[in-house]
Design a protein around this ligand. Structure first.
Ligand SMILES: Cc1cc2nc3c(=O)[nH]c(=O)nc-3n(C[C@H](O)[C@H](O)[C@H](O)COP(=O)(O)OP(=O)(O)OC[C@H]3O[C@@H](n4cnc5c(N)ncnc54)[C@H](O)[C@@H]3O)c2cc1C
Length: 499
């Protein structure tokens, strides 16, 4: 069971371990700011790891999901408190040191969460959890599995990652697709407050009533404002979930993609929380595609009613179960350091015919790169239902995405491969294919410019798909909370807001 789940979700059927860095050759002693910061951090804490330390490789490479994200920081600091984060940020400012921040380490491209020759701040020791009646306080060092485990005895769930080892902070700061978005909105919509260290080292709490502008900007605004040292998240009473795992062969794929569109279009007055991971895999050697559904619904109705359209498709595997979110997540591992991976994603209105044509074009294009060593191509879909978007439209807070309550399909190519020599080829292939197919959708009038940072490739600019006024407001808020530009000048990370 475990092997099936891993491969169907992540395209990890073939483990290709390669921990070499593809970053620029790092002369780690050459960065004056970093060596100043490393020295000063070492005077204040024992938790500073330098390249000659035995734990260095574990921290600089092994904790990253994508082999490409392994880099060579000048030193790595593991703060144990918000005060230590604050001290570190002040040191980075006064040393003018470049730095990166890592939560769960799942963002996949080089420089998104690691750095050559700068300081890496690894947050794993900030791992407190405090469960309250209908909220939970969470440190950014936790994975979603850690959190679901803490909530299980209380019969509660939070809206977070669908896989076990994704980090709480990265996913929450970019939005957060979970199974229950249709009823409760995205992870960001369920943050009650953020404890955050700003660019000058000051610690503030942003909530609906304090620093409300920053509170809004953090809902999808990624790592542009500071380092979050605690998230307070709303939780929901969901002691049990009903799950379904289904696998279809090639002939079922058109109906599978139709059912994905149906799911996006579902807009009930009193919705049942339900969602999925829906993926097509293609073995380019045997020329065999297959599709898989991992569906989850709140409650104990078995099989889960919201997946009836999927259940009507002849399947090669169909397993229904009633379990808990923690137990379900137990099997959904996303092991680190297995692949180089390129993401490319675009968005469209639900249109089954077009979605099938995109899948077919992707499959044909994969055949053109079938000689690439360790190739593992997957075609992934995510849905935004009207209900999911409506939460932010009606909660008096909103989020930076500014989506209307009309359904969307996010389609993504997630392509794994083995060798650095194929990096450029895969990137060009993936980008060009996505752009060409999106251009067709633009002509048809069914494209959306929304791009989700969690599914996007490093070549994409998600902010271009946000409403222009939201981006302008995000920049204003950044200017007022980070006037010295710590998070735009010194901090490397995924999807910076730009100027
Ligand atoms: C296998 C896989 C499965 C995924 N599944 C899902 C899914 O189900 N739903 C979904 O929405 N997304 C999913 N994603 C996308 C995922 O949400 C993002 O990659 C997310 O950034 C991961 O969070 P992290 O903490 O692990 O990331 P990291 O790589 O550690 O961090 C991501 C970014 O956030 C910054 N950051 C981290 N912590 C902080 C902090 N405390 N304060 C400020 N900035 C910080 C980092 O510097 C980095 O730029 C998936 C990705 C992968 C690779």
């Amino acid at each position: 069971m475990k092997a099936f789940l891993i491969s169907s979700l992540l395209g990890l059927a073939t483990a290709v371990s390669n921990s070499s860095s593809i970053g620029l050759p790092a002369d780690i002693s050459s960065t004056k700011g970093a060596s100043c910061a490393c020295k000063r951090l070492s005077h204040t804490s024992k938790d500073v790891i330098s390249p000659n330390n035995a734990n260095y490789t574990t921290q600089a490479a092994d904790k990253y999901w994508d082999v490409r994200a392994d880099l060579s920081p000048a030193c790595i600091f593991l703060p144990s408190s918000a005060d230590e984060v604050s001290k570190a940020i002040s040191i980075f400012g006064s040393c003018n040191a470049q730095f990166a921040v890592r939560g769960g380490g799942h963002m996949n491209y080089p420089g998104s969460n690691n750095i050559d020759g700068g300081v890496l701040l690894a947050l794993e020791k900030l791992n407190d959890v405090q469960v309250h009646k209908d909220t939970v306080e969470v440190g950014p060092g936790l994975t979603w599995y850690d959190l679901y485990s803490s909530l299980e005895p209380h019969g509660r769930v939070a809206i977070g990652g669908r896989l076990k080892t994704i980090g709480v902070p990265g996913l929450t700061l970019i939005g957060g697709f979970h199974y229950f978005n249709n009823k409760y909105g995205f992870a960001m919509d369920n943050v009650v407050s953020y404890d955050i260290v700003l660019g000058n080292g000051t610690q503030v709490k942003a909530s609906k009533s304090h620093h409300a502008d920053l509170f809004w900007a953090l809902k999808g605004g990624a790592n542009n404002y500071g380092i979050v040292t605690k998230f307070t998240l709303r939780t929901f009473d969901v002691p049990k979930i009903s799950t379904t795992i289904q696998v279809y062969n090639e002939s079922g794929i058109p109906d599978f993609l139709q059912a994905v569109c149906d799911m996006a279009l579902l807009d009930e007055k009193d919705p049942i929380a339900a969602g999925m991971v829906a993926t097509v895999q293609y073995n380019a050697t045997t020329k065999t595609p297959s599709a898989s559904l991992l569906g989850v619904q709140e409650g104990i109705s078995r099989p889960p009613s919201q997946f009836a359209n999927f259940s009507a498709i002849p399947a090669t595997t169909r397993m229904n179960n009633v379990t808990t979110m923690k137990q379900w997540a137990t099997n959904l591992d996303s092991p680190k350091q297995m692949f180089r991976v390129m993401f490319s994603h675009k968005t469209m209105k639900p249109d089954p015919e077009v979605l099938v044509s995109i899948y077919k074009a992707w499959k044909d294009a994969v055949d053109e790169i079938s000689d690439v060593e360790g190739l593992y191509p997957t075609f992934v879909t995510n849905v935004v239902s009207a209900g999911a978007a409506r939460v932010a439209l009606t909660n008096d807070v909103g989020n930076v995405w500014g989506l209307e309550d009309s359904p969307l399909i996010l389609w993504q190519f997630s392509t794994g491969w083995a060798l650095a020599q194929d990096d450029l080829r895969i990137k060009a292939w993936s980008q060009q294919l996505a752009e060409n197919l999106h251009a067709i959708n633009v002509e048809k009038g069914i494209a959306s410019e929304f791009v989700y940072m969690g599914d996007a490739g490093e070549w994409q600019n998600p902010y271009a798909g946000f409403p222009k006024e939201n981006v302008a407001r995000m920049r204003e808020i950044r200017s007022s909370y980070d006037p010295q530009g710590t998070f735009s000048r010194l901090n490397w990370g995924g999807f910076k807001l730009g100027f």
